[in-house]
Design a protein around this ligand. Sequence first.
Ligand code: FES
Length: 184
Amino acid sequence: MNEKDEKKKSSNNRRNFVITSTIGASAACALFPFASGLPSVLDPVTKKSDGKQVPWTKVTALATLPEDGTPTKFEVILEKVTDAWTTYTNIPAGAVYLARNGDEVTAYNLKCPHLGCAIDYRKNSNDYFCPCHNSTFALDGSITTENSPSPRGMDTMETKVEGGLVWIRFQQFRPNVSEKIPLS
Ligand code: FES
């Protein structure tokens, strides 16, 4: 191969590299917005309206919950809440029923998804009851009243058990709509 051929080959290699790199970069740019938005698309409920993840709040020790799954009511106290200028501590945020299944716990918001009344757990019938408009819910939070005014079942929240403690991402949801939409 003479010098002219060498230069031509080198020039072709550079051009191929530029084309390949440009295609690769374009593909990455096309995918990136989708990839970066993926977690919030898949997990919109645990995001706050400002896009931040709802913080974990410690509720109780796993050992305090009945092993047969009977729901137990707990107040939820947020250790720290920060607005634009001020940090508040130990803020009562609401209440939940916690129901244990082995080492897993389900958290149900005490607020009725209809208009926000406090839901009772009824030991005798082993179900949930909202006295405001006589709605009943099964232990899994599903609606059991025919023609219930509640547009959805009881609101659950994300939970985890760590070091023998139960943690939840406590949230309130918009009342009287069929979708579960976080309020903050
Ligand atoms: S507020 Fe619970 S059924 Fe209406």
